[in-house]
Each structure stands twice: as structure tokens, then as C-alpha cells.
Design a protein around this ligand. Structure first.
Ligand code: IVH
Length: 700
């Protein structure tokens, strides 16, 4: 095949595949069989293998590309991504409308009601009709660059329809025949850049399938579609993201841009035309009564949507009016979210069991007559603590109301007193740990409400050990795939593991010999353990399960201190110098490390080769000789280990970076320095060797 022929065929294939992607993923109306689609796709890949120049960034082959990242870059949003004020009653909706009528006196107002998709807000930036950047909301001003991950979502168009590719004639035909006012106004052109906003979600069906697969594999189950979508977008390896059934809805653009579109209804029609998936259904309303009716109607049908909706969004339709209504610091004045009441169900409380958590907390769990609620069958719900049961006078045999409020764990909210028959029995909260028989005590602390939680005082309680192992392995902490509830329980039961350091001396046969454990899963688990040794320090800090030290606190510690040793060398006062660390947390850290057993644990984790250095550490501009200077280390230095060199730089107030840029002041190069050295030379960054470096340090 000549290059010209290949190019022709390639263009044809791209067009075909795009058409079918759109039919399948956006319109949900496939036109060919999966097999035929795969055939086209395969041909495209083969062609691009032979003629690599053909693989343009918006080729369908580029959806799953690239290697795993080490971290996400930050992106500054061209226009901040704000949030919405919430309302919970019709009354508040009336107030909202009145507020706007006052703000825009004498004007006729019309509204669009959209489903509030329960997902993760994202922003997509197109230049000349081609997707260049996709970002998460982050703090609203700056988010993570998750372009590679978003590209794996088939309903995210890599290039827009009737963009730079469409011929004049095609654009004209389409736009004029369908009387699209926006395209007419734009003369068939797509503005560039164009930044659209929407929500990534995991369809409920996809979520359930994913969990069914995990259950079959004995893996920890995901909590809910929203968190799973959020967790998926945070994966550093786009290949993993590609396996997650994610989808997207687009409902806005960054610029109000009245010059592009005049109203929300126009915008949505135009976005659809460009190839975006837009909200399932919208309502165009002209009065408060119509708004309320729309919200009721949405509530009736939202359970049939492929995604979870937690409310409705009411938006002023006209963009000119939006511009006049303006924004508060956090949210637009022209829109509001209405949140539906969490779903409730009534069922019988059969019995109460006690769960012992990793901090020893005794949590009463309601064992219920199974009942269907918000998409799943519920058999258990939390009762929080002893005081809760007493205050609500919850008795065994009662009919209770349970609720699922966007939370993973359903809760018992009250007793249906009129259904009480008289045979119900008060529940006696146990005075010893149901797991190990030890004493229980009410201590201040824990993540639960202070003072109302009974805790098992025995640190060797098997339930606590299990909980600690499970927590250490969990996705939010050390992220050790396979180390879920089931495996943790087996490891503890078989005396293979008594604390988290024991995990690192597990042998393949130890794990493979466990009940219902295949050799392949055992091997995967050991690989995951090995990989976890180089996790970011904050994950380890969080994973240790120290009272009051959540992920946020762990990150804050890792930003303030360069190593784990520095954290444990600090006294309470020094710890409290870190952001968001108060007296209670500081004391809890000191107490934890004051325990000789924990000190031993840390030493064993060190010996196992776990990373104790913080990637997040930001030295405060110290008055040291290296203040404000950025160093990059590359190659093998003759005497200093990389860590030692880094510690020296940081102790003198300098910063160590992993990559060379214009901002780099010095590159310390050793033997076999590679691309970083080349780049430094190219950029004219000063390159020094170890000897010179030591001299600068005022060498000892
Ligand atoms: S409009 C200026 N429309 O809800 C903010 N948001 O609680 C405009 N959301 O951050 C947002 N569905 O992530 C809008 N149809 C919809 C939405 C929607 C879900 C999310 C979005 C936003 C959050 C606010």
C-alpha cells in the first residue's frame, strides 16, 4: 500500500469508527455488530502500526494511549469551576425565583431544569475542534490534568463534529437544514478554544457489573457509583481507567459567551450537535409552578436514568440575564440545585450485632428484614453507638425507618412507633468485646463522636488486627489490590499476620495455601505488596491507622516534614506547626510513637524497604544558603546516595525536583546521567558534579 492509499483508507476508517462510536456511546443506538466494529478498529491499528504518522491525536486509536503517569499536572481553569447553592424545599425554590425577580425587575424569566448528575465535575478544552485538555474541578481554580483518562471515555469526543474537518458544503447543509441558530450565528465554525463543562459518572449497570466481578474474585467491593467514578479518574494508569465503565454528560460551557449562544436550551442543542452527550431530559419552565411540577416529574422518572441523580438543577435560560444576575463568591446567582430527600424504607429490626473496628470501636449494626432501597437490597444498617439506640428508643423487633443518603452505609433513622406491638425488647449493649472478651472502655477519641463510643482495650483483639490490615491495604491508604476484608480475615485467622509489617514477610505459599485462594491471585497480591513499598509517604502515615490521622492530616504532615523519621522526632509543639494539625492530633501522634511496639513496627517497615521520604514535602522558604534554589539530581554520584543529597539540599533550604525545566538552578550529575543532563545542557542550566555540590554545601 502506498502512503497516499494508506492515508485515504485511514481517513475512511476514522470517519466510520467515529460514526459508530457516536451511535453506540452517545446515541445508544448501535448500527453494526461488535464484531464488525472490532474489525474496523483492528484495521485502523494495523494501518497506524505500518504508517505511524497517521495516528493523529484525535484518532480513535489514541483513546488508550501513553504510559502510567507518576502524578497529575495541575491545570488552571480559564474560568473557575464554581459550585451551586442547595435547596431542599419548594419554599426555598420560591425564594430563589423571588430573589431573581428582584434582581432583574420587570423582566420575563424562563428556566431550564436538568437532572443533577451525581458524578465528578470535569472540564474539556478543545482547540480547533480537537480535545487538548481534560481536567477535574480540583479547588475550583485549579484541577488535575486527567486528559489521558478522559480520552478513554468513549462518549468524550476526541474531535467535534463539523469541526475543522467538515467541508464548507457539509457544514452549510447540516446547519441550514436544521436551522440551528448557534451554527448560523457562528457561520458553521466551532469557536476555538472551546471549553465545555460536565460530569463524569459511572452508569449504575456498569457499577453493578464491576462489583459482581470483584465479588467473584473475592475483592473488596466499591461503595457507590459516584466514588468509584471519582476513584477511577484519579488512576494514574489510563489502561486501568479504560476498563472502568465511565460515561459523561455535558451541560455547560466555561464562558457565558452570549455571543456564542443566547440561552441554555440553545446551548444544549448545539452541544448535542457537536457530538456531546447532553442531559437525559430537560424541562423548559416559565413560572415557579412549572418549576415545581418539573422537579416532581423528574423525581418520578429519575430512577430509570442510567446514572444516579441526587437532585435537579434549575438554571436561568437566558445568558444575557445570567450575565446581569452575576455570581456570589462561590456560586452563580442564576442557578440553584434542588436536592431530593434521601430515600427511605421501613423494615423490621430482627437483631443487633456488634462490629469491632480497627480502633476497637464497638459499632452496633441493625440486622434487618431485607428490603429494597435506592437500587439495592439492604439487610444491615448502622445504629452508630449505644447512645443513639437509647435516645431513639430502638428495640429488637421494632419496625424502623432506614435511609440511604448518598452514603455508602445505610442508617436506621427512627422507630415507627405506631407499628410497635408490645413484644419488642430493649437491647443490652455488651460490657465486653464480643470478639475477644476483653474489657471495653469509653475513651475520648476515634473518628466517631467523642465520648459515646465503647472501645475494646485489647490491642491484640483479632477484630482490630483485621481492621488495621484492611485499612492499611485499602485504596485510600497503601492501595494494595487484593488486601480486602476477606483476605485480611484469613491472614489473621491463620496467624500469618499480626500487624501490617508482617504483610511484607509473606511468602507465596503462605498466601496460595489459604482457602479459596488461587495461585495467580496470591502472586498478584504479593506483587501489589512489593509495589506498595514505594507509595507516597502520606499513604503510609494514613495507613498506620493512628487515631485522628485521616488522609488529609497525613498529607499535611507529609507536606510539612521531609521524612517519617522527622515526624516521629518532632514533639507535640513542633507537630502542631504543620497546617491543620491541632493539639489533639499532635498528642495522638506522640502517644502512638511513644508505644515501644509501634516503634518496633516502624523499624520493621523500614527494614522491609518502605519509602519513608515525602514527595509532598514543601520546604518553607528557609533562610538557608539554598533558599529559593531548585536542584535536580541525575545519575549515580560517587559517594552520596540520592536520598542523602536530597536531604542536604532540603536542610539548606533548597528544593529537589524530579525534572529539569527553566526553573531549575542546578543539575547535580553523576555517572550515567541520561536525558535530564541533555535537557539541562539544552536549556543552559548549570551542571555540577558531586565535588562542586559538596563545596556549595560548605562540605563536611
Ligand atoms: S451546572 C456554576 N448542571 O453539581 C456551576 N451542575 O452542586 C454550574 N452537576 O459542580 C454547574 N449535574 O458538578 C450543573 N445539570 C447540571 C449538573 C451539575 C450535576 C454538579 C456539578 C456542580 C455541582 C454543584
Amino acid at each position: 500500500m502506498t502512503h497516499a492509499e494508506a492515508k485515504n483508507r485511514h481517513a475512511q476508517l476514522v470517519k466510520e469508527i467515529r460514526k459508530h462510536d457516536d451511535a453506540y456511546y452517545v446515541e445508544a443506538a448501535p448500527k453494526i455488530s461488535d464484531r464488525d466494529y472490532d474489525r474496523l478498529y483492528h484495521e485502523l491499528l494495523e494501518l497506524e502500526k505500518e504508517f505511524p504518522g497517521l495516528a493523529a491525536p484525535d484518532s480513535p486509536s489514541q483513546r488508550v494511549g501513553g504510559s502510567p503517569l507518576s502524578a497529575f499536572k495541575s491545570v488552571r481553569h480559564s474560568v473557575p469551576m464554581l459550585s451551586l447553592d442547595n435547596t431542599y424545599s419548594e419554599e426555598q425554590i420560591r425564594d430563589f425565583v423571588k430573589r431573581l425577580e428582584k434582581l432583574l425587575p420587570g423582566e420575563k424569566l424562563d428556566w431550564i431544569v436538568e437532572p443533577k448528575v451525581d458524578g465528578v465535575a470535569i472540564s474539556l478544552r478543545y482547540e480547533n475542534g480537537v480535545l487538548v485538555t481534560g481536567a477535574t474541578r480540583g479547588n475550583g481554580t485549579e484541577g488535575d490534568d486527567v486528559t489521558a483518562n478522559l480520552k478513554t471515555i468513549r462518549s468524550v469526543p476526541l474531535s467535534l463534529k463539523f469541526g475543522h474537518r467538515g467541508t464548507e458544503a457539509q457544514r452549510k447543509e447540516k446547519d441550514l437544514s436544521e436551522e440551528n441558530p448557534v451554527s448560523l450565528r457562528l457561520g458553521g465554525k466551532i469557536p476555538s478554544p472551546l471549553e465545555v463543562r460536565g460530569e463524569v459518572f459511572m452508569p449504575i449497570a456498569g457499577f453493578e457489573k464491576l462489583n459482581a466481578e470483584r465479588k467473584a474474585a473475592g475483592e473488596e467491593l466499591y461503595g457507590n457509583p459516584r466514588n468509584t467514578a471519582a476513584g477511577s479518574l484519579k488512576q494514574l494508569d489510563p489502561k486501568i481507567v479504560a476498563t472502568r465503565p465511565l460515561d459523561v454528560v455535558i451541560y455547560g460551557i466555561a464562558e457565558l459567551g452570549a455571543q456564542i449562544v443566547a440561552s441554555q436550551s440553545e446551548l444544549l442543542a448545539w452541544l448535542k450537535k457537536l457530538g456531546f452527550k447532553t442531559p437525559e431530559k430537560i424541562w423548559h419552565c416559565h413560572s415557579t409552578e412549572e418549576l415545581i411540577a418539573a422537579i416532581h416529574e423528574l423525581d418520578q422518572i429519575r430512577k430509570k436514568f442510567p446514572y444516579e441523580t441526587d437532585g435537579a438543577v434549575i438554571k436561568l435560560n437566558s445568558f444575557a440575564q445570567r450575565e446581569r444576575a452575576g455570581f456570589t463568591a462561590k456560586a452563580p446567582r442564576w442557578a440553584i440545585a434542588y436536592k431530593y430527600a434521601p430515600e427511605q424504607a421501613e423494615t423490621k429490626l430482627n437483631s443487633i450485632t456488634i462490629q469491632v473496628g480497627r480502633t476497637g470501636a464497638l459499632t452496633p449494626v441493625a440486622e434487618l428484614e431485607p428490603v429494597f432501597l435506592a437500587g439495592s437490597t439492604i439487610g444491615r444498617a448502622t445504629l452508630h453507638n449505644e447512645d443513639y439506640i437509647r435516645e431513639k428508643d430502638i428495640r429488637l423487633g421494632d419496625t424502623v425507618t432506614i435511609e440511604k443518603a448518598g452514603e455508602v452505609i445505610p442508617a436506621v433513622v427512627n422507630v415507627v412507633l405506631k407499628k410497635r406491638g408490645g413484644g419488642e425488647k430493649k437491647f443490652n449493649f455488651p460490657k465486653t468485646c464480643p470478639e475477644c472478651g476483653s474489657k471495653v472502655a469509653k475513651e475520648i477519641g476515634g473518628d466517631e463522636e467523642e465520648g459515646s463510643v465503647w472501645r475494646c482495650v485489647n490491642p491484640d483483639c483479632p477484630a482490630q488486627i483485621r481492621g488495621r490490615i484492611e485499612h492499611f491495604c485499602s485504596r485510600g491508604a497503601m492501595d494494595i489490590e487484593g488486601g480486602g476484608e476477606v483476605l485480611a480475615a484469613q491472614l489473621v485467622k491463620n496467624n500469618l499476620v499480626r500487624d501490617v509489617a508482617d504483610l511484607y514477610s509473606l511468602k507465596l505459599e503462605d498466601v496460595a495455601n489459604l482457602e479459596r485462594m488461587a495461585e495467580k491471585s496470591a502472586r498478584n497480591f504479593l506483587d501489589a505488596l512489593a509495589a506498595s513499598k514505594s507509595r507516597d509517604l502520606w499513604r503510609l502515615i494514613f495507613g498506620l491507622g493512628i487515631l485522628h490521622v485521616g488522609a488529609g492530616v497525613a498529607k499535611s504532615l507529609a507536606r510539612h516534614f521531609p521524612t517519617l523519621d522527622d515526624i516521629f522526632a518532632a514533639n507535640a509543639e513542633q507537630l502542631a506547626e504543620a497546617e491543620d494539625i491541632g493539639e489533639v492530633i499532635a498528642q495522638s501522634l506522640v502517644n502512638w510513637h511513644g508505644d515501644a511496639r509501634n516503634q518496633k513496627l516502624i523499624e520493621r517497615l523500614r527494614a522491609a524497604g518502605l519509602n519513608f521520604r515525602s514527595e509532598l514535602f514543601q520546604p518553607r522558604a528557609k533562610a538557608g544558603p539554598f533558599a529559593g534554589k531548585t536542584f535536580v539530581l541525575t545519575g549515580t554520584l560517587p559517594t552520596l546516595k540520592r536520598e542523602e543529597a536530597a536531604a542536604k539540599i532540603e536542610s539548606l533550604g533548597g528544593k529537589v525536583s524530579g525534572s529539569v525545566s527553566q526553573k531549575t538552578d542546578f543539575v547535580v550529575a553523576g555517572e550515567e546521567a541520561g536525558s535530564k543532563l541533555d535537557k539541562a545542557q539544552k536549556l543552559g542550566v548549570k551542571i555540577i558534579d558531586e565535588q562542586e555540590f559538596l563545596k556549595m554545601c560548605g562540605a563536611d
